[in-house]
Design a protein around this ligand. Structure first.
Ligand SMILES: NC(=O)c1ccc[n+]([C@@H]2O[C@H](COP(=O)([O-])OP(=O)(O)OC[C@H]3O[C@@H](n4cnc5c(N)ncnc54)[C@H](O)[C@@H]3O)[C@@H](O)[C@H]2O)c1
Ligand SMILES: O=C(O)C[C@H](O)C(=O)O
Length: 332
């Protein structure tokens, strides 16, 4: 019996993500929580004839507690999305407290669940969750994940398109490490599987497109939000990998995890003193089993990694400071 919870389930990501999770036979109970409209979304999805039961919850009458009780996995796309001209960091002022308060709820009612954070800015919101969990005495770095799968999905698509892949089903696997915003997203195209060969200017254009793929969608949606459908696809893929690994299957995914606590392994020389960094993680019964093998970055990619590490330092400190500064007010 597996209970999955979506926090922010009535939103642009939350609805299609809940739909995709409803299709998984690994999940027996789906709890959909939002501050608005969750019962309607749950009623709609509950008519789909897959085995899981579906229930929607609002904040009234202890809805968050009821949604989270007994959860095995909690996926969090709660918070506001970008509009054109904004960076992900511009969302910090609103989303930091939404994520902090959600984390307090998870620490209290589902302290053993796998927790997957989608809300931006991921580079800072994941450290916020870690700090809350530490204060509540329930932090298990093996179970906390920042979802960076959309960058992996985009890279695969963009590289495949650029390569003119005739076989459309051929999936390019490009290591994407670092964080989830602009220059903190580091594609290591030199390690693509299968390998690809482009001239340097093409590689640089592809790197920019992967790093700023989110902006493409924000611009095209013209004020109506950011990526939702591709994010739901990526979030469901990641959640299902975590559940499949928990059920005994070998799974490896890229994720923004606490490399300091987990041990960065062959990535140590890249991440230095950073706490959070997206790396390949081998998933197992209890979440992260180990950080995957290092990948040889060429000189150009080493330059990208340096820029990412510098920016991530600031993003992580900002999340940590937010919890320290607001802990008393938040009852932590
Ligand atoms: N990690 C990624 O790759 C990635 C990709 C796309 C979007 N995002 C981020 O995901 C977040 C959600 O995006 P969206 O397009 O779904 O936004 P949205 O506005 O469509 O939906 C967000 C939902 O969160 C709900 N919400 C707000 N506060 C809440 C709270 N305290 N508890 C529960 N629910 C709450 C809202 O009611 C809304 O339904 C944004 O921060 C966005 O930047 C991340
Ligand atoms: O671009 C955004 O703000 C949303 C998301 O992080 C994305 O990469 O699409």
């Amino acid at each position: 019996m597996v209970k999955a919870v979506v926090i922010g389930a009535a939103g642009g990501i939350g609805q299609p993500l809940s739909l995709l999770l409803k299709q998984s036979t690994l999940i027996s109970e789906l709890a959909l929580y939002d501050v608005v409209n969750a019962p309607g979304v749950a009623a709609d999805i509950s008519h789909i004839n897959t085995p899981s039961t579906v229930q929607g919850y609002l904040p009234a009458d202890g809805g968050l507690e009821k949604a989270l009780k007994g959860a095995d996995i909690v996926v969090v796309p709660a918070g506001v999305p970008r509009k054109p001209g904004m960076t992900r960091d511009d969302l910090f002022n609103i989303n930091a407290s939404i994520v902090r308060d959600t984390a307090i709820g998870i620490a209290t009612h589902a302290p053993k669940a796998f927790v997957l954070i989608i809300s931006n800015p991921v580079n800072s919101t994941v450290p916020i969750v870690a700090e809350v969990f530490k204060k509540k005495g329930v932090y298990d770095p093996k179970r906390l994940f920042g979802v960076t799968t959309l960058d992996v999905v985009r890279a695969s698509t963009f590289v495949s398109e650029a390569n003119g892949a005739s076989e459309k089903s051929l999936e390019y696997s490009i290591p994407i490490v670092g964080g989830h915003s602009g220059e903190t997203i580091v594609p290591l195209i030199s390690a693509s599987q299968p390998s690809v060969s482009f001239d340097q200017s093409k590689i640089e254009a592809l790197v920019k497109r992967i790093q700023f793929g989110g902006d493409e969608v924000v611009k095209a949606k013209d004020g109506a939000g950011s990526a939702t459908l591709s994010m739901a696809f990526a979030g469901a893929r990641f959640a299902i990998s975590v559940l499949e690994a928990a059920a005994g299957k070998a799974r490896t995914e890229y994720s923004y995890v606490d490399v300091k606590a987990l041990g960065a392994g062959e990535w140590s020389s890249v991440v230095g003193d950073l706490t959070f960094f997206s790396v390949p993680v081998k998933l197992g019964k209890d979440g992260v089993e180990s950080v995957g093998a290092g990948i040889k970055a060429n000189e150009y990619e080493q330059g990208l990694l340096k820029v990412a590490v510098d920016q991530l330092n600031g993003n992580i400190s900002k999340g940590v400071a937010f919890v320290a500064d607001t802990a008393a007010k938040a009852g932590l």
